[in-house]
Design a protein around this ligand. Structure first.
Ligand code: N01
Length: 535
């Protein structure tokens, strides 16, 4: 343990300098609060700082996946394409940090190691790995839903003595796979983006796939000057549509149920959606996440496309997802993923019934085969939603560890607060719409709502809030009953904790959509924050 230094008293601490933490820091400074932000990385960007693997790209449109709070930033920043790649998104985060002078508000390369509520003095005691201790009225967790990578079951990874890369902490230096035998484990959104890029370079690429994902062509496009100036003229309208939509983004929505039109018309609309790319399917029919039969027909259509693209029928059958609804796992958007399997240097290793057992000096050993490699890429996903918050010591009233509160599953109010954890805010926490909505819109909405509550508390002469157990239970009932209406919980995913051994199962996402969620939050504020006890 580092030696403890002096204690600094603050109004607030903010943990994380991703898009949520950056906007929170900006707002707190505007409000004149005394606070410090902490960030483990040496710069801003959060998930986009760490995930700099080849092919990393956002599958939400760049104009959506950007801040709407500053008209100046909207006008000064120019996106180069419809779906921005990681370097451009990280450059955007840095641009915002420079433009708003946010970096002095953070201590970089600093991890928070504990956050403990002091019952007697009603404040948070926050300690860092630098040995600093802070006492703060508010503790604001902007730790992100996907910041702690999953440790795969076949570990330890250090058993492999060749070049080892994790997509979630990719090196800053250029990595060359030229002339190398490369293995890739994991075929979620991340692995699917890696495959076509590494396939261009590697001598051989072995893709270890357990559950095949449904992926659709992204069909990304570059923006020209004319389009960009039109876009910039229309930002207010774009934001308004986004904030009033279920996804918090400008994505086509449909009110047409799948079976409301004849088969031929359905087929023709699906062909159009496939040609259009992106998530056009979700804008073509309204009920794909609630009607199992409709969902299965669309899934079968996509399976047919995989058979058309992948030339080797045996490989195509292995790549075809079965046994769970399409869109129940996060729908992936790819650029020539299936096409990559037509290259002679790309090999699919099916891990169904052939689990990866262990790594050795220079190989991956599955139950049935040994694959010798020079380099190995791990893209096995994240301990989503709760991982970051359980990664250090967080204790609430009466010394209650967060891990105990969440022993049977993460519970919260609006994904922003928890009974037993007064004056703590979560930005995009579990049981809010994060991961099913545009997280930048949600970050902004959460931060604005939290800051309005902080203002309200100080205006009413109070300094402490806590959500009641009753209100939290009611919110969790709503989260659960909405989840039962959708097919989202019918797949084994990180959404439900099913990717981590021993993690409590259950969908920790509010599935009512961004607009309905925002309305609920606004209503609570309009009624004077009744479910919160202020003192
Ligand atoms: O992680 P995942 P991800 N043996 O959990 C496999 C966001 N994101 O990093 O399903 C063999 O989806 C696992 O197989 P299985 C996005 O929200 C966004 O790809 O457990 N395989 C699966 O194939 C996304 O949902 C963008 O059978 C093993 C893979 O690893 C989230 O990040 C881009 C294994 C993990 O897939 C996570 O995506 C990228 C084992 N022992 C990511 N253990 C955008 O574009 C795990 N796997 C915005």
């Amino acid at each position: 343990m580092p030696e403890m230094k002096s204690i600094r008293k603050l109004d607030a601490v903010v943990v994380g300098a991703g898009f949520g933490g950056m906007y929170m820091a900006y707002k707190l400074r505007e409000m004149g609060l005394d606070f410090v932000g902490f960030e483990a990385a040496d710069d801003v960007g959060g998930v986009w700082y760490w995930n700099r693997y080849p092919g990393a790209r956002c599958d939400l449109m760049s104009v959506d996946y950007s801040y709407g709070f500053s008209r100046e930033i909207e006008q000064e920043w120019t996106w180069s394409e419809q779906f921005a790649a990681q370097p451009e998104i990280l450059a955007y985060a840095k641009f915002v940090a420079d433009r708003l002078n946010l970096r002095p508000l953070f201590q970089f390369e600093t991890r928070v190691v504990s956050a403990k509520w002091d019952d007697d003095r009603s404040l948070w005691i926050v300690a860092t790995d630098k040995g600093d201790v802070f006492e703060a009225t508010y503790c604001i967790m902007a730790t992100g839903p996907l910041s702690v990578p999953k440790e795969p079951e076949f570990g330890p990874l250090s058993n492999f003595k060749g070049e080892l890369y994790r997509t979630a902490s990719w090196p800053k230096e250029n990595v060359s796979f030229e002339g190398k035998r490369v293995g890739l484990i994991g075929t979620g959104s991340t692995g699917i983006q890696v495959v076509p890029e590494v396939a261009k370079e590697a001598k051989e690429l072995y893709v270890f796939q357990r559950t095949p994902s449904f992926t659709m062509p992204m069909r990304n496009t570059k923006f020209d000057d004319e389009f960009t100036s039109e876009l910039k003229r229309h930002y207010p309208q774009i934001r308004s549509v986004a904030y009033n939509s279920p996804l918090g983004g400008v994505r086509p929505q449909s009110t047409r149920p799948y079976f409301s039109i004849p088969l031929e018309q359905r087929q023709s609309l699906m062909e159009d959606a496939w040609k259009q790319g992106g998530l056009a399917f979700l804008g073509t029919f309204s009920d794909l996440l609630i009607n199992e039969e409709a969902n299965e027909e669309v899934a079968e259509f996509v399976r047919g496309k995989i058979r058309q693209v992948v030339k080797d029928p045996e490989t195509a059958e292995k790549l075809i997802p079965r046994g769970y609804p399409i869109f129940a796992r996060r729908p992936c958007l790819d650029t020539h993923y299936y096409e990559a399997f037509n290259q002679p240097n790309v090999h699919l290793i099916d891990c169904i019934g052939n689990e990866i057992e262990r790594l050795s000096d220079n190989a991956v050993h599955t139950q049935n085969e040994t694959v010798e490699l020079d380099a190995l890429i791990i893209a096995t996903g994240f301990d989503g939603m709760t991982g970051a918050l359980l990664n250090f010591e967080v204790t609430g009233k009466g010394g209650l560890p967060l891990a105990d509160k969440w022993a049977d599953g993460a519970s919260s109010y609006l994904g922003m607060m928890m009974h037993g954890f007064p004056n703590m805010f979560l930005i995009c926490g579990p049981n809010g719409p994060a991961v099913l909505a545009n997280i930048i819109s949600l970050n902004e909405q959460n931060v604005d709502w939290i800051c309005a509550l902080i203002d309200h508390i100080s205006e009413t002469g109070q300094h402490c809030f806590e959500v009641t157990q009753e209100a939290e239970d009611q919110w969790m009932d709503e989260v659960r009953s909405l989840a039962e209406l959708t097919l989202v919980s019918k797949a084994k995913t990180w959404y439900t904790g099913a990717n981590i051994q021993g993690k409590p199962r259950g969908l920790t996402v509010y599935t009512g959509g961004f607009k309905r969620y925002r309305d609920s939050c606004d209503e609570i504020a309009a009624k004077g924050y009744e479910p919160l006890v202020l003192n």
